[in-house]
Design a protein around this ligand. Structure first.
Ligand code: NAD
Length: 434
């Protein structure tokens, strides 16, 4: 894999390398405040293990294609690596490294017995048939067999992958190792050992965290104007659960563009349209007097809460001064760059960081893993109650730490997470200096 320095020397910094750099900066800032040693800092910054593979796939027309794929295990100090698998044309080694690092801090913040990992394949899955996607996923699972396992590294869905992808993945893994191993991935179809409530969990968590943050910041929830960028798994479930709290969804967007109605969108009508669209997109929606706007315009709309739930690097130095929200709740991983974070802080806009806001997915992944290891099935209500409890605990800890130390919510979240990982390293005998 290319080194960070090599990648940075390219004339254009990719969203992936910027995500990695920002993640490193957050960890460095926490390390400085906690007074950890240089050696420990290096340990926290350096991925423990990286795999880079070429996946040969025979396409439907008989051509042989070769796809680049990665898996990074950033840290396993607190438990097996945990993190999703992304299929996207922009996947590169630095993006996967940055996302793997975020998983370490997210799992530590939520006090889950996991480290952090992430995987990705550089591919535009919308151009592949179902058969080609199954072949690609099987090739990826087979390539990962030597470095993953239910107590080593446990993948899950991320952008452009879902429960179906995890079903193909678990099947290939089980074929390769010759035994049933449902705890090898989470986010599986329920019929193959998935958990009730896993599909909705990230969005449910985002909505609950948003509500608690609004309560704590004195933003009235009933009727609050909310904008959500990205209408995939995370964005659509965030909208679903936020509506239960009585907010008004004024704009949503996906890769095909954004729709806006200051009086509130007809979400049921939109969901029906998306369900019937061949690619599950907003494209072509014409109901309820909506105005079509660009994704750039979506981000700067006047609103109470903005939820970026698409991809990284959306709120940048270019648009941070134009953001018109009181509160940003990061549904996506790394949607706000470090420079933008500083501008938002100066403007008094609060940001609930990704490692807290979107942690609901990995919390229920943990529940799914436990069920897989124990052969149990938990009821949806039990999953939801336990998820809400875990999220509320973490929200309380982050807000209290931010207040006590006079730092941002992101700085507080990283302080808690880094402290926990450093403790694990010390107890494992890596360093007595900390
Ligand atoms: P997804 O593939 O289901 O949805 C992504 C959405 O973003 C789609 O609606 C897509 O059209 C839209 N999109 C893509 N490019 C866009 C652009 N330039 N502008 C506006 N919209 C755009 O993926 P997802 O699982 O919902 O993941 C979204 C984000 O949440 C990612 O950052 C992911 O890492 C993060 N996340 C996902 C989970 C999970 O459980 N799936 C958990 C934690 C964090």
């Amino acid at each position: 894999m290319a080194t960070t320095t090599e990648t940075k020397s390219a004339t254009h910094q990719s969203a992936g390398s910027s995500l990695l750099e920002d993640a490193l900066n957050h960890v460095r800032a926490a390390g400085r405040r906690l007074g950890i040693s240089q050696g420990m800092q290096k340990l926290l910054e350096t991925p423990e293990r990286e795999l880079s593979v070429a996946l040969p796939v025979e396409m439907d027309d008989g051509r042989l294609e070769v796809f680049h794929a990665y898996r990074v295990q950033h840290s396993r100090l607190r438990g097996p690596a945990k993190g999703g698998v992304r299929y996207h044309p922009n996947v590169d080694p630095d993006e996967v490294r940055g996302l793997a690092s975020l998983m370490t801090w997210k799992c530590a913040l939520l006090d889950l017995p996991y480290g952090g990992g992430k995987g990705g394949v550089t591919v535009d899955p919308s151009k592949l048939s179902r058969r080609e996607l199954i072949s690609l996923t099987r090739a990826y699972a087979a390539a990962l067999v030597p470095i993953i396992g239910p107590h080593v590294d446990i993948p899950a869905p991320d952008v452009n992958t879902n429960d179906a992808t995890m079903g193909w993945f678990v099947d290939e893994y089980e074929r390769q190792v010759g035994r049933f191993e449902p705890a090898i991935v989470t986010g599986k179809p329920i019929a193959l050992g998935g958990s009730e409530g896993r599909g909705e969990s990230t969005g449910r968590g985002v909505a609950h965290v948003a509500k608690q943050a609004m309560d704590r910041l004195g933003i009235p929830v009933e009727g609050a104007r909310v904008v959500v960028q990205g209408y995939g798994k995370v964005g659509s479930d965030t909208v679903r659960f936020l509506r239960e709290f009585g907010v008004k969804i004024v704009a949503i967007s996906d890769v095909s563009g954004g729709i806006y109605n200051p009086a509130g969108l007809d979400i049921d009508g939109i969901n029906e349209h998306v369900a019937n669209h061949p690619k599950r997109l907003l494209e072509g929606y014409s109901g309820d007097n909506v105005t079509w706007i660009s994704n750039a315009e979506v981000l700067t709309l006047d609103c109470d809460v903005l939820v970026p739930a698409a991809l990284e690097g959306q709120i940048t130095v270019e648009n941070a001064a134009d953001i018109n929200a009181k509160l940003i709740v990061e549904g996506a991983n790394g949607p706000t760059t470090g420079e933008a974070d500083t501008i938002l802080a100066e403007r008094g806009i609060k940001v609930v960081p990704d490692i807290l806001a979107n942690a609901g997915g990995v919390v229920v992944s943990y529940f799914e893993w436990l069920q897989g290891l124990q052969g149990e099935r938990w009821k949806l209500d039990d999953v939801r109650v336990r998820l809400d409890e875990r999220m509320s605990t973490a929200v309380g800890q982050v807000f209290e730490r931010a207040k006590a130390e006079g730092v941002s919510l992101r700085e507080a979240a990283f302080l808690i997470a880094v402290e926990r990982v450093v403790l694990a390293a010390r107890l494992r005998g890596y360093s007595s200096a900390e």
